[in-house]
Design a protein around this ligand. Structure first.
Ligand SMILES: Cc1cc2nc3c(=O)[nH]c(=O)nc-3n(C[C@H](O)[C@H](O)[C@H](O)COP(=O)(O)OP(=O)(O)OC[C@H]3O[C@@H](n4cnc5c(N)ncnc54)[C@H](O)[C@@H]3O)c2cc1C
Ligand code: SF4
Length: 539
């Protein structure tokens, strides 16, 4: 079926083509629906990923989100300042294009943090309306589609199961880590990573060609919507993909259903697209931003915001990090982002003085120019000596569960506008005291690992203030319309033809990188969506 012409009505309009949107587009087009996908960023080509331009991608942050404008503050009493904080991708494929591809399942208790550890004062812990058993088949599907590479040793989370791809050969830094953690009695295993360790389902194996995280993959070995779902969706002939379409309003009809998405094209011209169902997948920041911009007489505080929770409970993980200098050359900045991990210290244990936990990964430290620019005014022989250390710097990074806090949020900045004249999003965020205790605990454990590795010296790297690429919350799902924005199927409690399928639906963050869960959850929702459509239940 050919997609409808511009003035016709699509079955589905998907806004955002990243991790969540990519799955929905793929599954719904393959189920026979006509889909229009509106993406604010451009469609990048493999050639765009050949240049390893650190200045553009990392230091200036303009490679993947050239037009991003945002403001940041720590509390509601401060005036937010313009700052480039979010390392997100605004392009076809979303942040999923330049991600690191570490691919984890949440632990069963991470879906039930409130029941296990709550309530915690100052936090808005909640249980997910789904559990690990319901998610398991969708994790299987996500791992298979993304071609996750991993070892057979780990996994309490997938007992007795092999990953679709074998692990990558260990790099020297992984071997140093492996020996160190074994000395301490821990059980290391290859980090599960959605990077092909061999050719897999028409995608090439990783060539270890160069920088990976913060860069697109020139050979599609790293999984993402542009490597996996979107080519299949385009091949159906049912997808109308519109890059550089910045959606600024979801317009409703007299019954309170969404009638149309209004967007600006690259030239600033106004367009409107009509559909029966709307899937919002703009990422935790982008989705809340659009809902809050879509005000009307019926929805004065933003679309689907009767609970007042749209934008609230924004989470971005706490990232304890320790770097160490070791005689072994590592070159951890080349190739996949992480080789080895341990999870022995993950389980929540209030006796440690905090709740929830983190995974510890042997990870990439800095890229060359980023490292050089951290020299801090050194000159001459001292600078040369500093630069010579570069390939000896090993990194340990934890992904720690941060607690949801009602005051941590994204909303509309009252002063600052983007180049189209739209209000930019304003991030208000401060870590809960529990997050900081968790961070200090894992930093201590990482220092012990560095010492066991025979590090010449080790140091803590503070990643709480810089920037982040993990965003969760802002449209949490739940069973109670007063305490959540979405139902258990990621469908709005209030607006019948609105679904939000991205990291925004997370009630809590878990202590792992989030994207495999976003992808698995999108498969779960897509399956429901298609079944409801076939039963004619999508009104
Ligand atoms: C450097 C980096 C490394 C990372 N490494 C990992 C990792 O190793 N493992 C892991 O699990 N996760 C990792 N992540 C996080 C991962 O990329 C995100 O969790 C994931 O991509 C989020 O998916 P999403 O669907 O919520 O949003 P996204 O993938 O960000 O997609 C949202 C899309 O919506 C578009 N959009 C937003 N608003 C609008 C609008 N109004 N109109 C039109 N389009 C709109 C955006 O342009 C974007 O393309 C990393 C992120 C970064 C930045
Ligand atoms: S290291 Fe491998 S997965 Fe990463 S960008 Fe290069 S080829 Fe792609």
């Amino acid at each position: 079926m050919a997609p409808p012409r511009r003035r016709e009505v699509f079955d589905v309009c998907v806004i955002g083509t990243g991790a969540g949107g990519g799955v929905m587009i793929d599954e719904l087009t393959r189920a026979g629906m006509s889909v229009v996908a509106l993406e604010r960023g451009p469609r990048l080509a493999h050639a765009d990923f050949m240049a390893h331009d650190e200045l553009t991608n990392i230091i200036r942050g303009t490679g993947f989100a050239p037009k991003l404008k945002e403001t940041l503050r720590r509390s509601e009493t401060e005036t937010a300042q313009p700052r480039h904080f979010s390392m997100i991708g605004q392009c076809v494929g979303g942040s999923n294009v330049h991600w690191g591809a570490m691919s984890w399942r949440l632990r069963p208790d991470e879906f039930k943090a409130l029941s296990q550890d709550g309530p915690v004062e100052g936090a808005s812990l909640a249980d997910w309306p789904v559990d690990a058993a319901e998610m398991a088949p969708w994790y299987d599907k996500a791992e298979a589609t993304y071609g996750v590479a991993g070892g057979a040793v780990h996994n309490a989370l997938r007992p007795g199961r092999r990953y679709p791809n074998p692990p990558h050969p260990p790099r020297s830094g992984s071997q140093v880590f492996d020996r160190a953690v074994r000395k301490l009695g821990y059980t290391p295993f290859p980090t599960p990573i959605a990077v092909n360790s061999r050719p897999y389902r028409n995608r090439a194996g990783c060539t270890n060609s160069g920088m990976c995280v913060m860069f697109g993959c020139p050979v599609d070995a790293k999984a993402s919507p542009i490597a996996v779902g979107l080519p299949r969706a385009l091949a159906t002939g049912r997808l109308d993909l519109r890059p550089q379409a910045l959606v600024h309003e979801l317009a409703i009809d007299e019954t309170g259903r969404i009638r149309a998405a209004r967007y600006l094209d690259a030239a600033g011209a106004q367009h409107e697209v009509r559909a029966r169902q709307f899937v919002l997948a703009g990422g935790s920041l982008g989705s809340a931003h659009l809902l809050l911009m879509s005000r009307s007489g019926r929805f004065r505080d933003g679309l689907a915001n009767g609970s007042g929770l749209v934008g609230r409970n924004l989470m971005y993980h706490v990232l304890p990090a320790v770097y160490y200098r070791h005689e072994t050359v590592t070159r951890g900045w080349l190739g996949p982002v992480s080789g080895q991990a341990i999870d022995d210290l993950h389980a929540s244990d209030p006796a440690r003085g905090f709740v929830r936990g983190a995974v510890i990964t042997e990870s990439y430290p800095a890229t060359p120019i980023v490292y050089a620019s951290s020299a801090g005014g050194l000159w001459g022989a001292a600078l040369k000596d500093y630069l010579r250390q570069f390939n000896h710097v090993h990194a340990l990074i934890g992904i720690g569960e941060d607690l949801p806090v009602h005051g941590n949020r994204v909303d509309l900045d009252p002063t600052h506008k983007d180049e189209s004249g739209l209000p930019v999003w304003r991030i208000t965020h401060a870590h809960h005291a529990n997050d900081l205790k968790l961070k200090a605990y894992y930093e201590g454990k990482m220092r012990e690992i560095a010492t066991a590795a025979g590090a010449e010296r080790s140091w803590v790297v503070d990643m709480t203030q810089g920037s982040t690429g993990h965003f969760m919350g802002t449209c949490r799902m739940g069973t109670d319309p007063e305490k959540s924005v979405l139902d258990r199927w990621c469908r709005s409690h209030e607006v019948n033809n609105l679904w939000v399928v991205d990291g925004g639906c997370f009630p809590t963050s878990g202590g792992y990188n989030p994207t495999l869960t976003i992808v698995a959850n999108a498969y779960r929702v897509a399956n429901r969506f298609v079944r409801e459509a076939r039963r004619l239940n999508l009104r």
